[in-house]
Design a binder for this molecule. Structure first.
Ligand code: OFO
Length: 164
């Protein structure tokens, strides 16, 4: 059975994943507002994936006969300055989530909670992938920043993303 400390930490993280979903949706809305439909699409797919991450932990808590206690989701920012600003904030956010996942893993080691360790390994791998993806897009945006036509080319690339 899941220990109370672990259960509380997982519940707190479910909130972070739902917030991530909300944040990417807000970024998608901003991209729509500046007519970068490809980026808007990419952000919306990302928002859907974050929702799945939250549900993965939700299902895990239930399987382990833990108690799910959903928390309030804070308001995400919506006043982005540019697509560069959006991608910088996305990377910053992913780094924050990676740090939180690492802390959860440390707790699961301390609690000798082996099933939670196995579940979290998926998230550790996922964070490596997400940070790499966002970082690559950010580097491309930095390269073409202020060159309108190149941003439009990149926007077409972003539209190709499919949900996992
Ligand atoms: Fe849930 O991976 Fe991004 O935040």
């Amino acid at each position: 059975m899941l220990k109370k400390t672990m259960q509380e930490a997982l519940n707190a993280h479910i909130q972070e994943e739902f917030y991530s979903s909300y944040l990417y949706l807000s970024m998608s809305a901003y991209c729509h507002s500046i007519n970068l439909k490809g980026f808007a699409h990419w952000m919306q797919v990302q928002s859907g994936e974050e929702n799945k991450h939250a549900m993965k932990m939700f299902d895990f808590l239930i399987q382990r006969e833990g108690k799910v206690a959903l928390k309030e989701i804070q308001k995400p920012p919506h006043d982005f300055k540019s697509i560069l600003d959006v991608m910088q904030k996305a990377l910053e956010h992913e780094k924050k989530i990676t740090a939180l996942i690492n802390k959860l893993y440390e707790l699961s080691l301390k609690e000798k909670d082996y099933p939670t360790q196995t579940m979290l390994q998926w998230f550790i791998t996922e964070q490596v992938e997400e940070e790499a993806q966002v970082s690559e897009i950010l580097q491309k945006v930095e390269l073409v920043h202020e060159k309108g036509s190149a941003i439009l080319y990149l926007d077409k690339e972003m539209k190709k993303r499919e949900a996992k």
